[in-house]
Design a protein around this ligand. Structure first.
Ligand code: GLA
Length: 388
C-alpha cells in the first residue's frame, strides 16, 4: 500500500508532464502522515519514471536529474524514512526507460541494484521498455538475483505488462507483477491492441474483465501479488462510483493499493474511498488470495467472491453495465451455493448467512439461501459474509 508518482498530476502521461521532484516526494510523505494514511497501511512512497538524468554519471552509475533532486536521492530516501515510510524507485529492464530516453538497466543490473540500494531504496519497479537480449524470465531473474545479492530487503515490482504469461512465473522472481498494459483513468478505454502489453483495454471495466479471465485465486499468493496497476482514485475522468469500484476489486484481489493521485490536495470523497478500514482489511487479509467471478448475468450483473482467513468470505455484487455508458440499475443476486456454501443434507436454500455491507459499514441481517440488491451501473455492494 502506498503512493506512486506516475499518474499524479499528468493523467498517466496523457498530459505529457514529468510528475517528479524532491518537493513532491517530501510533501506527499508529509500528507500521508498528516492524514493518518500511514496508520492505515499506506507505507510506500515511490517515484516512477522521470527521476533520473538522461545520462549516467562519469562512473556509469545512475544519477537523479539534478534540477529536480538538488540534494541527491539519498537525502530524499532519508526524508521518507524519517517519516516512518519506505521509498521506491523505478528503472527499466531494457536500455531505455519508457519516457525521455533515460538510461535503462540493461547491462547494468548489478551496478544499478547496488546504486539504488546504497541510497536506501526499499522498492524497485522494473519496467519493460527497451527490452532485448533475453527472455523476460531471464532478464527479470538477473535483476532479482542482483537485488538479493545486495543484502537489502527490497520489494521487487516486475512490470512486463503481463507478457509471457507472467502470472505463471512472476511470483518466483518478484513480490508483485503487472498483469496487463497500463491502466488509464477511464472506465472503458482502448482495446487489446491499443497499448504495449496484454489485456482487454486500459479502463477499470476492462481490467476487471481481464482479471475474470485470469482467475486471481489461481495465482495470488503471499509475496506474489498480481498488479493491475495504479489506482486512479477520483480523477475528473473517474467519478466517485468508478473509483470506489476500482478500489473494491483491487482489494478483493489482494492487489497492491498504490494510489497515484495527488494526496496533497486530498478531498473528503477521495479520503472516504481510500480509508475504509473494513475494505482495507479484505485487501490485507492473511489468506492472500484473490477473488474470482462466480456468476455473470447477461444484464451486466456479476458476482465475485473470495475466501478470508477466518472462514468468512468477501462477496462483491457488481453491475458492469456491460461496459456501456448507461446508468441502468440491475438486481444482482448471490446464492450461497454460488460461493461454495451448500448445506450437505438440506441444500443451499437452507444455509443462513450474516451479511455486512463494507462501504456503508452496516450489518444488513441474516439471509437464507442467498441475498440480492439493486446496483447502479458501475457500482458495487462489497459484502463480508459469515455462516451463522
Ligand atoms: C510504462 C509503465 C507505466 C509507467 C510508464 C513510465 O508505460 O507500464 O506504469 O511506469 O511506463 O514511463
Amino acid at each position: 500500500m502506498g503512493w506512486n508518482s506516475w499518474c499524479t498530476d499528468s493523467l498517466c502521461n496523457l498530459l505529457g508532464k514529468d510528475p517528479c521532484s524532491e518537493t513532491l516526494v517530501k510533501e506527499t510523505a508529509d500528507s500521508i502522515v498528516s492524514n493518518g494514511l500511514d496508520k492505515l497501511g499506506y507505507n510506500y512512497v515511490a517515484l516512477d519514471d522521470c527521476w533520473s538524468d538522461t545520462k549516467r554519471d562519469e562512473n556509469g552509475h545512475l544519477q537523479p536529474e539534478a534540477k529536480k533532486f538538488p540534494n541527491g536521492m539519498k537525502a530524499v530516501a532519508d526524508y521518507v524514512h524519517s517519516k516512518g515510510l519506505y521509498f521506491g524507485l523505478y528503472t527499466s529492464v531494457g536500455d531505455e526507460t519508457c519516457k525521455g530516453k533515460r538510461p535503462g538497466s540493461l547491462g547494468h543490473f548489478v551496478d544499478d541494484a547496488n546504486t539504488l540500494t546504497s541510497w536506501g531504496v526499499d522498492m524497485i519497479k522494473m519496467d519493460h521498455c527497451g527490452r532485448k537480449n533475453g527472455t523476460d524470465p531471464e532478464l527479470y531473474g538477473a535483476m532479482s538475483k542482483a537485488l538479493n545479492a545486495t543484502g537489502r530487503p527490497v520489494l521487487f515490482s516486475l512490470c512486463n505488462w503481463g507478457e509471457d504469461n507472467v502470472w505463471e512465473w512472476g511470483s518466483s522472481l518478484a513480490q508483485m507483477y503487472r498483469i496487463q498494459m497500463d491502466h488509464l483513468p477511464f472506465w472503458k478505454y482502448g482495446t487489446n491492441s491499443s497499448s504495449a502489453g496484454v489485456g482487454y483495454g486500459q479502463g477499470t471495466y476492462d481490467i476487471i474483465e481481464w482479471m475474470a479471465t485470469l482467475q486471481p485465486s489461481k495465482w495470488t499468493k503471499e509475496f506474489g501479488w498480481m498488479d493491475p496497476d495504479f489506482l486512479m482514485t477520483e480523477y475528473l475522468t473517474m467519478d466517485f462510483i468508478s473509483s470506489r469500484t476500482e478500489y473494491t476489486f483491487w482489494s478483493l484481489w489482494s492487489s497492491p493499493l498504490l494510489i497515484s493521485t495527488d494526496l496533497r490536495k486530498i478531498s473528503k470523497k477521495k479520503m472516504e474511498i481510500i480509508s475504509n478500514e473494513e475494505v482495507i482489511a479484505i485487501n490485507q487479509d492473511s489468506s492472500n488470495t484473490g477473488g474470482d467471478r462466480v456468476h455473470k448475468g447477461g444484464d451486466g450483473g456479476q458476482v465475485w467472491a473470495r475466501d478470508l482467513q477466518n472462514g468468512e468470505k468477501c462477496v462483491v455484487l457488481y453491475n458492469s453495465g456491460n461496459g456501456g455508458k448507461g446508468k441502468k440499475a440491475v438486481t444482482v443476486a448471490v446464492t450461497w451455493d454460488m460461493i461454495g456454501w451448500t448445506a450437505t443434507s438440506t441444500g443451499a436454500e437452507n444455509v443462513v448467512v450474516e451479511v455486512r455491507d463494507l462501504w456503508n459499514k452496516k450489518t444488513l441481517g441474516q439471509f437464507t439461501g442467498g441475498y440480492n440488491a439493486t446496483i447502479d451501473a458501475r457500482d458495487v455492494q462489497m459484502l463480508r459474509v459469515k455462516k451463522v
